[in-house]
Design a protein around this ligand. Structure first.
Ligand SMILES: Cc1ncc(COP(=O)(O)O)c(C=O)c1O
Length: 412
């Protein structure tokens, strides 16, 4: 049995790791940080509560714990998200990107046996999408994407021959913006009844900040995804549409697939959206600028940075760097970790066989990293490669070179 000493040791360990995390630089592109304001609801009683009565029906308070702040979800969260996405209908209930994916597929995929088209993993699609379609009773079909552009010939053929219920564009690993309008054009020509959903989990912050185009403007029927990657929100998911009927389909699927929507996190999402409306555009633009500068500096220092023949390195928050074989990559990642810099190793990024670093500047940008911090970061990569250790960790230097964070500091 666990005794009280063991519990003390665990809390001490958590506290000391927390102190380390507070000075670390995290470059995992699928993670971000909560602002002090956004963290507030997580330590309230609402973390413990269910909240089902989202129509605020006075006769339906079966669970009363959320009653006094219900409007923070039903008004604030929804209205700020709605304005950011320019979508009148918002489902803020999914608890993550995969949860949003499941609801979108179940709600929009039609009857069992229908076809759901997604992006193949080799060209950057999410690993779970085709299998999720299969488990929900659909026939999965994949198409490839090169530099953000779907293989139009293949998609045209799939649309003509199979008249899919749903195209689910799930680009996860990409240095390019996904081109949605050409897919919407093909749907209009070959299979107008097919629905088009864009899962922009990775690029949510870039899209809601306006640095990348809004898929709904480009002809998607629905869009959604995680709220904690390039969008600096809690671990949650969201679904948007401009069509009431589709919103209702999503709501029906959600009703069956989710009961606890993580109330405190949903309140946090509302605060994150409200806060994002103040700085989202500047943040999103800075994020892409930082990613491009970081690529340039690393390449100039001899790192093998993924780039196209025309020199394009990235138009998103992601920067990919090839280090060597699995052992060399792991050693380099460990060395950076010792410098307080936390990176993400992936295998088989599109066009980059074997292990490579998939880096994201989303979190660094959020905490105030701009040009000076990116220069310091690139230098620390060079130091880690050269085996130079810095007192207090290289991450401290990067953070010292950072400016004011994008979030409101007065809630710290
Ligand atoms: C396109 C896409 N869908 C879904 C997910 C899963 O999101 P989560 O980890 O929030 O469940 C990801 C994560 O990278 C993603 O890129």
């Amino acid at each position: 049995m666990t005794d009280i000493r063991e519990l003390r040791e665990i809390t001490d360990r958590l506290r000391s790791q927390q102190r380390k995390a507070e000075v670390a630089v995290n470059l995992v592109p699928s993670e971000n940080k909560l602002s002090p304001l956004t963290q507030l609801p997580l330590s309230t009683d609402y973390y413990n509560r269910y909240f089902f009565n989202d129509t605020l029906d006075p006769g339906f308070w079966q669970f009363r714990g959320g009653q006094d702040v219900a409007e923070i979800e039903t008004d604030l969260t929804i209205s700020h998200l709605s304005r950011l996405a320019r979508a009148p209908h918002v489902n803020e209930r999914p608890i993550s990107g995969l949860s949003a994916m499941m609801m979108a597929m179940a709600g929009l995929g039609g009857k069992p046996g229908g076809t759901v088209v997604s992006i193949d993993v080799a060209s950057g699609g999410h690993y779970a999408t085709a299998d999720m379609a299969r488990r929900l009773g659909f026939e999965p079909v994949t198409v490839s994407v090169v530099r953000g552009r779907v293989d139009e010939q293949r998609l045209g053929q799939v649309l003509r021959e199979r008249q899919p219920e749903l195209i689910y564009l799930d680009l996860q690993n990409s240095r390019h913006e996904l081109e949605v309008s050409c897919v919407a054009d093909l749907v209009r020509v070959y299979s107008p009844r097919t629905l088009l959903h864009v899962d922009c989990s990775h690029t949510m912050g870039l899209i809601l900040g306006g640095a990348l185009g809004n898929p709904l403007d480009a002809g998607a029927d629905t869009m959604g995804g995680s709220t904690h990657k390039s969008f600096p929100g809690p671990h949650k998911g969201v679904l948007f549409t401009r069509t009431l009927e589709l919103h209702q389909h999503l709501k029906e699927a959600q009703f069956t697939m989710l009961s606890s929507h993580h109330f405190a996190e949903t309140l946090a999402l509302g605060l994150a959206a409200a806060e994002f409306r103040h700085f989202g555009q500047a943040y999103a633009e800075q994020m892409i600028g930082n990613a491009q500068l970081f690529s340039k500096l690393l390449a100039a220092d001899g790192f093998d940075v993924a780039a196209d023949e025309n020199g394009h390195t990235t138009g998103t928050h992601q920067v990919w760097v090839k280090i060597g074989d699995a052992e060399q990559t792991d050693r380099f990642s460990e060395s950076l970790y010792d410098h307080g810099i936390r990176v993400n190793v992936q295998v088989d990024l599109p066009g980059l066989p074997g292990p490579a670093l998939r880096l994201g500047v989303n979190e660094l940008t959020f905490i105030g990293g701009r040009e000076a911090a990116v220069h310091a970061l690139a230098e620390e990569f060079g130091n880690a490669r050269a085996g130079i250790r810095r007192d207090g960790g290289g991450s401290r230097r990067v953070r010292e070179q950072s400016g004011p964070p994008f979030y409101f500091v007065e809630f710290s």
